[in-house]
Ligand binder design. Structure first.
Ligand SMILES: [Cu+2]
Length: 512
């Protein structure tokens, strides 16, 4: 799997180099079969150049996702999609096995022009049947991809070919039309550039695919039945591993977002206002644009936003559902770390998200834990923030009650003993025992991965920046020209350095 993925990547990068295109490409080799005479001047037979680098339209950048190569056959753009099992990393060290296309989740980006005729061969390498739906595109019923309604299933090993004209423009996507396969990751962008550029023109055009995954500890295969999701990704990666979008200060930016999952995502950008300029139905007339800094990208929807990047800075762009702003959340964060009293966490992760075999879900036997047990503790603490300590707790902590100041709390504390616990005022962070008695503790945790996720694109970020990036989070870096050029140089030369210098707040701000 890794190997084929690497091969795909290598091929993609070779193709990206332009001239040397045909050399390593199977498709190209196949095309040359039967040709005996050398064709040194022959133009590349496959291509993944942006289709419309001229005419004021910029190619779409989908961070961490390649563009699907294509070749011309007559006047038809020909693509080849391969549904298959894919292994990849959400963040360094967190591997997952999903289903995608051509070695990627989400699948490679199809990018064409309005008016193109496309032919898309789909070779199914999955162990079960699949089919392709071109979401939002007005195609003949025979090409619409609903199995049994419009076509037979594409069985394992089979190739099915779709062909249609595209008369629309906008942010569309392709996906498997098998519901559970969608939740294994089977989606990709299908971007159609307009014949005439939208006004005003943008300088940068980005694409973000929003997905979610339910992953039990030590299990790399997404639980597609789940209704709760603990890993949230943009273009297949969770924060802080998502590659930042780089913008030169003053550029006009478009960001296209599509969502295929069980939840809607309110996508919020910091420090900027944008207009919503497009939906899954295409361009929104300018008279209907409305400003915002948060746009709800519902399931099966596309939303395009545009703004002028005039404020230099590193601006977060993230889903604002609190549970979508973290990684690896396993049920309730707080009680997990507590040994002691409360209801049972469940017998172990095997039972988690599975079938209840002993009594009902809230019974003594299983408790509301439903498999939260991870070996650290067998019971949960009382989790309600609305009530005071239980009788049991009060009994255990005699001497810490409101009426009886404890010796430890007498030292310079202005807060009444007991009261502090309720208010969450723990003056000494090392007083672990006391912290644990504060209702609701702990909630948020922080993890730093500066080195692990360092890329040329992260150059200049403050040490520790990764502590605030989790789940469905990325950022738009609006960079002064010199810094922008320096990072572009580092990308070209492959220079990767972990952050250096002062942590945030201890350096000079570069904006007013
Ligand atoms: Cu979300």
């Amino acid at each position: 799997m890794n190997n084929s993925r690497r091969n795909f990547l290598r091929r993609a990068s070779v193709l990206g180099a332009g001239a040397a295109v045909a050399a390593g490409s199977k498709t190209a080799l196949a095309q040359h079969e039967g040709h005996t005479a050398p064709q040194p001047q022959a133009p590349p037979k496959t291509d993944n150049r942006p289709p419309t680098a001229e005419g004021g339209i910029v190619p779409v950048e989908v961070p961490d996702v390649p563009r699907l190569p294509w070749r011309m056959e007559g006047n038809v753009k020909v693509f080849h999609l391969v549904p298959e099992v894919v292994e990849w990393e959400l963040i360094p060290g967190k591997k997952i096995i999903g289903w995608g296309y051509n070695g990627h989740v989400p699948g490679p980006t199809i990018e064409i022009n309005e008016g193109d005729r496309v032919r898309i061969h789909v070779t199914n390498k999955l162990p079960e049947g699949t089919s392709m739906h071109w979401h939002g595109l007005e195609v003949p019923p025979s090409q619409d991809g609903v199995p049994f309604l419009n076509q037979p299933l594409i069985e394992p090993g089979q190739t099915f070919t779709y062909e249609f004209n595209v008369h629309q423009n906008g942010s569309f996507f392709y996906h498997s039309h098998m519901a559970m396969q969608e939740m294994m990751g089977m989606i990709g962008f299908f971007i159609v550039h307009p014949k005439r550029p939208y006004a005003p023109k943008v300088d940068r055009d980005f694409g973000l695919v929003l997905q979610e995954w339910a992953l039990l500890p030590n299990n790399p295969i997404p639980n597609t039945l789940a209704m709760e999701f603990n890993w949230l990704t943009i273009n297949g990666r969770s924060g802080p591993h998502s590659t930042p979008m780089l913008v030169r200060q003053g550029e006009r930016v478009r960001i296209r977002m599509i969502n295929m999952g069980m939840d809607h995502h309110p996508m919020h950008i910091h420090g900027n206002q944008f207009y919503v300029t497009g939906t899954e139905g295409g361009r929104v007339p300018e008279t209907a644009w409305y400003p915002g800094n948060t746009v709800l990208v519902g399931v099966a929807q596309a939303r395009d936003i545009e703004f002028d990047a005039v404020y230099p800075g590193d601006w977060m762009l993230h889903c604002h559902l609190p549970h979508h702003m973290m990684n690896q959340m396993v049920s309730m964060v707080g009680p997990m770390g507590h040994a002691g009293h409360g209801s049972q966490t469940g017998k172990g992760m095997e039972e988690g998200m599975g079938v209840v075999t002993q009594g009902h879900a809230l019974s003594e036997d299983l408790g509301p834990g439903m498999g939260r047990g991870m070996g650290m503790t067998t019971q949960e603490r009382n989790v309600s923030n609305a009530v005071g300590p239980t009788q049991q707790q009060q009994g255990q902590h005699q001497g810490h009650g409101q009426q009886q100041p404890s010796p430890s709390q007498g030292k310079g504390s202005e807060v009444q003993p007991g009261q502090a616990e309720r208010l969450g005022q723990v003056s000494n962070p090392d007083d672990t025992a006391r912290r644990k008695r504060v209702p609701g503790y702990p909630q948020d945790m922080v993890m730093f991965m500066d080195k692990e996720v360092a890329k040329p694109h992260t150059y200049g970020l403050p040490p520790g920046w990764t502590g605030s990036f989790m789940g469905m989070m990325t950022m738009v870096r609006v960079l002064p020209p010199a810094m922008y050029d320096e990072i572009q140089r580092r990308i070209r030369e492959g220079i990767v350095e972990a952050p250096q210098g002062q942590p945030a707040g201890q350096q000079q701000h570069n904006h007013e």
